[in-house]
Design a binder for this molecule. Structure first.
Ligand code: GCW
Length: 643
């Protein structure tokens, strides 16, 4: 069972501590925290343990915050409230897991952001949109369907890293999932809420804009129609009867064939209003997604530029939303690509709170077959400037512009939760960043490794290094210099340079025999002008535009000389060879780590690396051959291209 529990429990697995046993005691507020503490300690928790663990709450600490004070024979964990205490307990267990001495320890912690959210894209039939780790933990055959024990483990896993809100159903809501806000499905949904509640995790429900029509039989979903407003009020009342602590709703409207206010000639602010008003008496919020663009573009149309869309739609509406509407903005203006700038909408609005959306599930980043350290990418997202003196990280926090962080989950019912065992590090990193966005990718990666595999330096150092490099390696064999896409259509795994080039989704690289890239400067599509002056100028200017985003902002000839003196085309050839070599190195490193973990863990990751190597080679060969044929420019190193 040890191996299974290793895979299943992830970083909350068994603690081996040879010198200490623990007697857990607590005041009346500590009941659940005590249970969790004993559960985490396993055999080390006994009635006559040599270290006493005292659990209590105290009003002088902030909500969700905690302190841990250690003495040789006793540890006192105090929470600002029950949940803070629970977080303190998990922190203590994590310290033990990492073999960190808790004698004489003294620490205080509290979250920077009070809305730390996971969005599942689970369909009610049990499948998962962009899911790479099995089927849904929550749904089957148009019903809620779950293993309560496993859900409790999942709740524990999430609470142990501080997640406190979760949306179970996909933002693409269809008829059956629309019914989650009706009496037909609410009793079962309430059971899930009951499982998550003691862990401090509250539910969000993704809703359908046309609900009044689909579920209420009303002729229109026009947000200005009184019957529509009344319908939302009644529906919301019913929902809160079953789940009184529901966070609120999540809406994807007017996006990728989902209906919304625009189709009725209304603005997004008008569209959100009746729903926001219905939620208000219950303290509920609505997360309103900003992922809106024209997905019916003609590739010959060079005026329309997809990255401009969200800003164009939403910026003029600043101040027009109800105060319980939180705009959910994807971090980049494209769509979770390997490399893109931050959305100019982030931080631009003065009167409208925002929720920055990240994607943990690896849709464009290797689909949990390829290793990809999202923490590295997110660090860049957080460092992205808003002005000369302010970064995105600076505007995150409960009293700031970005008041919430959310991410699309990478979890399914696979034994190890995430398909690729090492992809757990991404889930871990997101949650810890939502708790404290100041943590570095290295800290987060090391912590996850130490919690999962132990802190033997012979494992910790090479594995940390490998994980941290994985983003760069993946990027090398993918679409070059920030141009994005070039993936197989629909499923988005593997290369197809022209896959989306002539389709309607607005994602064009526009490569011809001479040039590649999109001119998004003021002289081009004008996208750069959506940024504040400092950022606009940085991207506008070829010499200050970060090299890895050159083709996102500029259209350049293949013989354009990059900073290091290489031509653009040679850079493409070289990086694609280097990417494959990087994966070969990973495999060597991984092979050398065999003795530091259960066989089952080692083998499962090895299988993924074999797939990754195939993928990297295919990218190398397809991309290099494509550009060689298109340009006729030979590789300076005379290497053979496969195709
Ligand atoms: O680009 C798309 C993804 C869709 C997803 C959408 C979104 C849930 O390919 O699968 O739909 O983004 O974020 O709404």
């Amino acid at each position: 069972m040890k191996n299974r529990s290793f895979m299943y429990q992830a970083w909350l697995g068994d603690i081996e501590n040879k010198t200490q046993t623990f007697k857990v005691v607590g005041d009346s507020t500590a009941d659940f925290a005590m249970e969790e503490c004993k559960h985490g300690l396993g055999n080390l928790a006994t009635d006559n343990g040599n270290v006493t663990v005292n659990l209590a709450t105290a009003e002088n600490l902030p909500a969700e915050g905690f302190s841990i004070v250690g003495k040789p024979d006793d540890i006192t964990i105090t929470g600002g409230d029950k949940i803070g205490l629970l977080y303190g307990v998990y922190k203590f267990l994590a310290l033990l897991r990492q073999n960190i001495d808790t004698t004489n320890i003294s620490l205080n912690d509290k979250p920077t952001v009070d809305k730390r959210i996971l969005n599942h894209w689970d369909n009610i039939d049990g499948s998962i949109e962009r899911g790479y780790a099995g089927n849904s933990l929550f749904f089957r055959n148009d019903q809620l369907h779950f293993d309560a024990d496993r859900l409790r483990d999942y709740a524990r896993l999430l609470a142990s890293v501080g997640i406190n809100q979760i949306c179970l159903n996909n933002v693409n809501v269809y008829l059956e999932s629309a019914k989650l806000i009706t009496e037909e499905k609410l009793p079962d949904l309430a059971k899930v809420a009951d499982i998550f509640r003691p862990f401090g995790i509250r539910l969000i429900i993704a809703v359908h804009f046309e609900s009044p029509v689909l579920l209420g039989g009303i002729k229109t979903a026009d947000p200005l129609d009184e019957k529509v407003a009344e319908w939302w009020q009644n529906a919301t009342k019913t929902v809160y009867k079953y789940i009184p602590d529901l966070v609120g709703f999540l809406m994807k409207a007017d996006s990728e064939f989902r209906s919304g206010p625009a189709s009725m000639g209304r603005t997004q602010a008008e569209g959100a209003r009746p729903i926001a008003k219905a939620l208000k008496p219950f303290g509920g919020v609505i997360y309103w997604r900003c992922f809106i663009y024209n997905c019916m573009q003609d590739w010959r149309d060079t005026e329309t530029d997809r990255p401009k869309a969200a800003y164009d739609y939403f910026y003029p509406l600043d101040g027009k939303f109800e105060d319980n509407v939180i705009l959910q903005v994807k971090h980049g203006p494209s769509d979770f690509q390997v490399r893109e700038p931050n959305s100019p909408l982030l931080g631009a609005m003065q009167h409208t709170p925002q929720n920055m959306e990240l994607q943990i599930t690896q849709e464009y980043t290797g689909q949990q077959k390829d290793l990809y350290a999202l923490a590295v990418q997110w660090d860049e997202v957080l460092e992205h400037p808003i002005t000369e003196t302010q970064t995105t990280r600076d505007i995150i926090g409960t009293d700031n512009k970005i008041i919430a962080l959310s991410a699309v989950a990478n979890v399914g019912d696979d034994e190890n939760w995430t398909g690729h065992l090492l992809a757990q590090a991404n889930l871990y990193a997101f949650a810890r960043l939502a708790w404290n966005p100041k943590q570095t990718p290295k800290q987060l990666t090391q912590e996850w490794i130490a919690c999962t595999f132990g802190n033997n330096l012979k494992l910790l150092e090479p594995l940390t290094e490998m994980i941290l490099q994985s983003r760069a390696v993946y990027e090398k064999y993918n679409a070059p210099l920030g141009i994005g896409w070039m993936v197989n259509i629909h499923h988005h795994y593997g290369p197809s340079v022209d896959g989306y080039e002539y389709m309607k989704w607005g994602t064009y690289h526009r490569a011809d025999t001479k040039e590649i890239g999109v001119d998004r400067t003021a002289a081009g599509t004008g996208y750069t002008t959506q940024y504040q002056p400092y950022v606009r100028d940085m991207y506008e200017n070829l010499t200050t535009c970060p090299q890895d985003m050159l083709l996102y902002f500029h259209r350049l000839p293949y013989d354009y000389k990059l900073k290091e003196g290489k031509t653009l085309i040679q850079h493409i050839y070289d990086t694609h060879f280097e990417g494959v070599e990087g994966v070969e190195e990973f495999i060597k490193t991984w092979d050398s780590l065999k003795d530091f973990m259960p066989q089952v863990a080692h083998e499962s990751v090895k299988e993924r690396f074999v797939m990754q190597l195939e993928n990297a080679k295919e990218w190398r060969d397809v991309v290099n051959s494509y550009f060689f044929r298109k340009t006729g420019i030979a590789d300076e190193k005379g290497r053979k291209f496969y195709l």
